[in-house]
Every structure is written in structure tokens, then in C-alpha cells.
Design a protein around this ligand. Structure first.
Ligand SMILES: Cc1cc2nc3c(=O)[nH]c(=O)nc-3n(C[C@H](O)[C@H](O)[C@H](O)COP(=O)(O)OP(=O)(O)OC[C@H]3O[C@@H](n4cnc5c(N)ncnc54)[C@H](O)[C@@H]3O)c2cc1C
Length: 566
């Protein structure tokens, strides 16, 4: 399956749309010059095109298998994962003290986007490891850091995150896995975790699990949760994996897609683990990993959108049907509409994700609270809109293929099946939208209004060059502002009832803001034409979405469960 890494598109976004120049102007990220960005993305792009993309079908056709307690990964995945590790692509943002490159999250985001497009089920492994590295960097003791980080950063070991249990999915606070002090500084972990991505593999010499569990004196709910690092093999003081820990993979799930990623049911039977962060404060540490993973999962959606788009475009350019100028289906208005929608939405979602990463980098570099709240505000939007875009674009990709989209050999359907889970894991998109209208508006909407002020100022500035597009974006910002005011003024239940359309409406308007910036930087060029398409045809959706968002909960619950009976 051919894939072309969009390096020049990333450069355009970095240089003209998402304000990456602010990041490279900081002392912390002074090394991230345009030349470094170009070199890093070009090298990573080559790996994605030449090594990872050819593995995509193998993962689908030959799922990971559990054989006598050993997880056998898909053919070629070992070479793929080793190539990712050898290139240093697992931890380009990680601390140089432990072997990372210390480069900005925005660059990691671009690399993850390309790896997801090339082979999503393999990319999920480095994504989990990246999240674990960040959690350990921020919350682990110096001893744990020294022992584990170099191995995770080099890719010799992989990381997983273990939250979910049969009775504890979205409601993480319901988990019951136990942790008992062993008296020597370690803990015995007992319980079952389900759906653990890359829970084991036959590629790396160790697998490190971050496990949420409860100490004996823990209070119920999320406040009583602690976080533990539980390795598959317990390393000696030199980092050599030794005795096998008391844990095992019970089974692997049979999934709709993402077949190359082993999704494991894990059993911990008094397994030895070490506390990360403080006792009963595990959610704070886990949130570091989850926020990283939420951005990363949104980016998975965007990468798949790009892969599916490239695939559909190549098919459409070769498919002759009907008498038209070029004799291919690309001349038909509806096929043009589908291709343009795919491209315009991928651009919007990618710009949002990169702006999110830039906010994280600026927070890291400056420590300024405004950047932290900007990153926090954008994270649920990136996750939900990025993954919804992946799903919608992959679906359109099937449609562009006509009947061949329904035939597995073309690979169009695989994008659609693989990406579906991204709206579910790492907090469902419903939970993301509740986070946006709940926690992220708890500041009275301050962070959202600050972003809207910037968007409106940019739209004002664009009036001189592109008055019609600028006016549409400015008006949309006003509607979003009014809806945000409505959200801030209403109670939780009313806000939750409109949270999903609010998040999508927010993303629509934010996407228009970034398209307008792109249009101004590329007058008369393809980005201006794509922005016109987005602003004229996709942006108007925000009116319906934000009207929906303001309806409150009353009529929703007026429909009783009897009314909803099948
Ligand atoms: C392929 C795959 C890989 C995964 N990888 C991992 C992993 O590596 N580690 C890990 O710990 N977990 C993992 N998960 C688990 C995943 O994070 C959960 O499936 C997800 O959090 C949802 O939980 P659930 O499946 O129990 O659904 P439920 O929580 O039962 O949700 C069902 C529906 O109810 C909605 N809902 C639930 N609660 C609320 C609420 N309070 N308000 C509004 N709506 C609500 C949800 O949005 C959803 O639509 C994975 C899952 C899959 C399928």
C-alpha cells in the first residue's frame, strides 16, 4: 500500500498556521530550527513510506495470536518496531538525560501522524510507550527513572497503560485491582485488566505495565487510586531483565480492526510493582499519560484520514467511469466533493492537533499558565475531532472506491475498521465532550474566550485581503462565543446534553480559523482554494451543531425509556 509522507504540508502548517516559530524562538527548543524540522520529518517520512506502510496489510491479514501464553505478533512487525526504535522515533520529545532528543511535542505529533497513516496497529505500541515515558519523567522516583527510562526511550522495552477492568470502563473510579505493600518498598498487585493494547509481544525483551490499583486503606472512587509500574520481567540494578513477574496474558480480543495490535486481557497475581507518584494520587500521574495519549489518539485519527485520502485519490485518478473530460471519476462533482471534504477536514483536524502540541511545547518552555490552559482546552477537541475526522474520511474513502471499497483487497475498508476504535479508547468521544463543557469551562470560559479573542482578531485582520471568508469566520466565532456563554450559564446536565455538538461545532469554527490563516499565507494558491471550500461548505455545519448544543436536557429526558423502546 503506497503512502507519501506529507512533509511539505507539515512545513507549511509549522511556518504559517500554528505558530511553531514561537516554539523554536524559546531557549528550551532553540535546536528546533526549520532545517532540523525538515531533516527530522523527511527521515521519519522515509521510514513510514518504505518500512511501515508495507506492513499495514500484514497486520490486518495475520492478527497477533496467543500461542501457549506467548503473544506472536504479525509478520514483519518485529522489524518495523525495531526500525522505529533504531531511528529514535519513539521518544524524540523525551528527556536527553535519559537518551531522548528533547525536541518539541509538535515534531512528535507530526511523526506520529505519519506513522499512524502508514500502519496504525504498529504505531499504537510506540504511542503507549511515549505516554509511559512522560508519566515516569514527571512522577517516578529517580531510581525508577534511571532504571526504566533509558530502556523505554531506546525502544528496547515497551510500555502499556492498564486502567480498564470489566466493571470499570469510562468510570475508572470503579476499579478493584489491589495493591498490598510487600514491606520492602515494592507492592503486590492482584487483579484483572482488559483491553490492554500491546499487553505483550515477542519483539522486545521486556514489557512495562503502568497499572492503576487500590491500596488497602484507599477510599472509594478515583481519589483512592494509586499508580504502579509492573514489569513483565523484573530487572536487576543494571537493567537486565531477570525473573518473570507474576502476570500473564489470559487472552487476546478478536476485534473489528486494528488486528496487528495485540489487545490483551491481563491477569496480575501478586505481581511485583513499584509506586509511581504518591499513594492515592495515581490519577494525577495517569492523567499525564492520558493527556499525552489523548493528543496522540486524536493524531492517530488524522494520520488514518490522510492515509485513506491518499488511497482513495489514487484509486479515483485511475477509475474510468462515465464520459467526462479526463474520463476518470475525479471529474464527477460528487467525487470532487468527497475528495475535497476529505482533504479540507484532514487539514483542519491536523492544524488543531499541531496547535495543541505547540501549546504543550510553550507550556514546557515558558511554564506560563495560559499555555497550560490552552493545551488543556484543545486536548478533548483534538482527540474527538481528530478521531471523528479519521472515521468520516475513511468512510468517504470507501465510498470513493464504489464497490471496490467494500472488497477487502483494496485496503479501503481496513482504514475504516482500524480507525473506528479511536473514538472509543482513551476516553470515548462522549467523555471528551463532557470534559470540554465540564472541567475545561470551569474557569468561567476564560480559556475559551481568550482563544476566541485571538480567532476574531485574526479574522478582523483578514478582512483586508479576504473579506468574504473573513466575515464568515468572524460570524462563526460570535456564534461559538454565544454558545460558550450559554454553556457557562447552565448546569451540568444541560451542558452535557449538548456537549458532543458543542465540541464538534467548536472544532468546525477552529478549523475555519486555521484554514483562513492558510489562505492568507497562500494567496491564489491551493490553500486559499481549500479554505474557500471549507468555509463555504463545511463551516456552515456549525450553525446546526451549536443550535443543537443549546437545547438543554429537558426534551432529551422527556423522552422516557418506554418511548425509546424498540
Ligand atoms: C481496541 C481497544 C484497545 C484498548 N486499549 C486500552 C488500553 O491500552 N488500556 C486501557 O486501560 N484500556 C484500553 N481500552 C479500553 C477503553 O479505554 C474503553 O473501552 C473505553 O474507555 C470505554 O469503556 P467501556 O468499553 O467500558 O465503555 P462504557 O464505559 O461502558 O461506555 C459505553 C457507552 O456509554 C457512554 N458513557 C459511559 N459513561 C458515561 C458518562 N458518565 N456520561 C456519558 N456517557 C457515558 C460511553 O461514552 C459509551 O458510549 C481499549 C479498548 C479497545 C476496544
Amino acid at each position: 500500500m503506497s503512502y507519501r509522507a506529507p512533509v511539505s504540508e507539515f512545513r507549511f502548517l509549522f511556518d504559517h498556521v500554528v505558530g511553531f516559530d514561537q516554539v523554536s524562538a524559546t531557549e528550551r527548543f532553540a535546536e528546533a530550527t526549520p532545517e532540523t524540522v525538515e531533516a527530522v520529518l523527511t527521515e521519519a517520512g522515509k521510514l513510514c513510506e518504505e518500512v511501515l506502510a508495507p506492513l499495514q496489510r500484514a497486520g490486518d491479514l495475520h492478527p497477533a495470536q496467543l500461542e501457549n501464553g506467548i503473544v506472536r505478533t504479525s509478520p514483519g512487525f518485529g522489524d518495523g518496531l525495531r526500525a522505529i526504535a533504531e531511528g529514535g522515533w519513539i521518544a524524540i520529545a523525551a528527556d536527553p538525560e535519559y537518551g531522548g532528543m528533547g525536541l518539541p511535542m509538535a515534531m512528535t505529533t507530526a511523526v506520529n501522524d505519519m506513522m499512524s497513516a502508514a500502519c496504525l496497529s504498529l504505531q499504537l505500541s510506540p504511542l503507549m510507550t511515549q505516554g509511559q515515558i512522560e508519566a515516569l519523567e514527571n512522577h517516578a522516583s529517580d531510581e525508577l527513572k534511571a532504571l526504566y527510562l533509558p530502556k523505554l526511550i531506546s525502544g528496547e522495552w515497551t510500555g502499556t497503560m492498564n486502567l480498564t477492568e470489566p466493571q470499570a470502563g469510562s468510570d475508572v473510579g470503579a476499579l478493584t485491582t489491589k495493591a498490598e505493600p510487600n514491606g520492602d518498598g515494592s507492592y503486590a498487585i492482584t487483579g484483572q485488566k482488559i483491553y490492554i493494547s500491546w499487553g505483550d509481544n515477542d519483539i522486545t525483551e521486556n514489557v512495562c505495565h503502568l497499572v492503576l490499583a487500590r491500596l488497602p486503606d484507599a477510599v472509594p472512587g478515583t481519589k483512592g487510586i494509586s499508580l504502579f509500574l509492573v514489569p513483565k520481567r523484573i530487572p536487576d540494578e543494571n537493567g537486565v531483565p531477570g525473573v518473570a513477574n507474576s502476570l500473564k496474558v489470559v487472552s487476546l480480543e478478536h476485534k473489528m480492526g486494528l488486528h496487528g495490535s495485540p489487545t490483551a486481557v491481563m491477569q496480575y497475581d501478586g505481581a511485583t510493582g513499584w509506586l509511581v507518584g504518591e499513594e492515592h494520587d495515581g490519577m494525577r500521574a495517569m492523567f499525564t499519560m492520558m493527556n499525552n495519549a489523548r493528543l496522540g489518539v486524536g493524531v492517530q485519527g488524522i494520520g488514518v484520514a490522510d492515509g485513506a485520502y491518499q488511497h482513495a485519490l489514487a484509486y479515483a485518478e485511475g477509475r474510468k467511469q462515465g464520459r467526462t473530460e479526463n474520463n476518470t471519476i475525479t471529474d464527477h462533482a460528487d467525487v470532487r466533493r468527497m475528495l475535497a471534504t476529505m482533504k479540507a477536514d484532514t487539514f483542519a483536524a491536523r492544524a488543531i492537533a499541531l496547535a495543541n502540541a505547540v501549546a504543550i511545547d510553550m507550556e514546557t518552555a515558558t511554564g506560563h499558565a495560559d499555555w497550560a490552559t490552552r493545551a488543556a482546552l484543545l486536548t478533548p477537541i483534538t482527540k474527538a475531532f481528530g478521531t471523528d475526522t479519521g472515521i468520516d474520511v475513511a468512510e468517504l474513502g470507501v465510498q470513493v472506491h464504489g464497490g471496490m471499497g467494500f472488497i477487502e483487497e483494496t485496503g479501503a475498508a481496513q482504514y475504516s475498521r482500524d480507525v473506528r476504535v479511536t473514538a472509543i479508547y482513551e476516553g470515548t468521544n462522549g467523555i471528551q465532550s463532557m470534559d470540554l463543557v465540564g472541567r475545561k469551562l470551569m474557569d468561567g470560559g476564560e480559556a475559551a474566550y481568550r482563544l476566541l479573542d485571538e480567532m476574531e482578531a485574526d479574522a478582523e485582520a483578514a478582512r483586508a485581503d479576504l473579506p468574504e471568508l473573513a466575515e464568515a469566520v468572524w460570524q462563526a466565532c460570535e456564534t461559538l462565543r454565544e454558545t460558550t456563554e450559554w454553556m457557562v450559564a447552565h448546569g451540568a446536565q444541560d451542558r452535557f446534553a449538548g456537549s458532543v455538538p458543542y465540541l464538534r461545532g467548536f472544532a468546525r469554527v477552529l478549523g475555519a480559523h486555521f484554514h483562513l490563516k492558510a489562505a492568507r499565507a497562500d494567496r491564489g494558491g491551493k490553500h486559499e482554494r481549500l479554505a474557500a471550500f471549507y468555509i463555504h461548505r463545511l463551516l456552515p455545519e456549525h450553525v446546526g451543531l451549536l443550535t443543537h448544543a443549546r437545547q438543554g436536557a429537558e426534551d432529551l429526558y422527556a423522552l422516557s425509556m418506554d418511548d425509546l423502546a424498540a
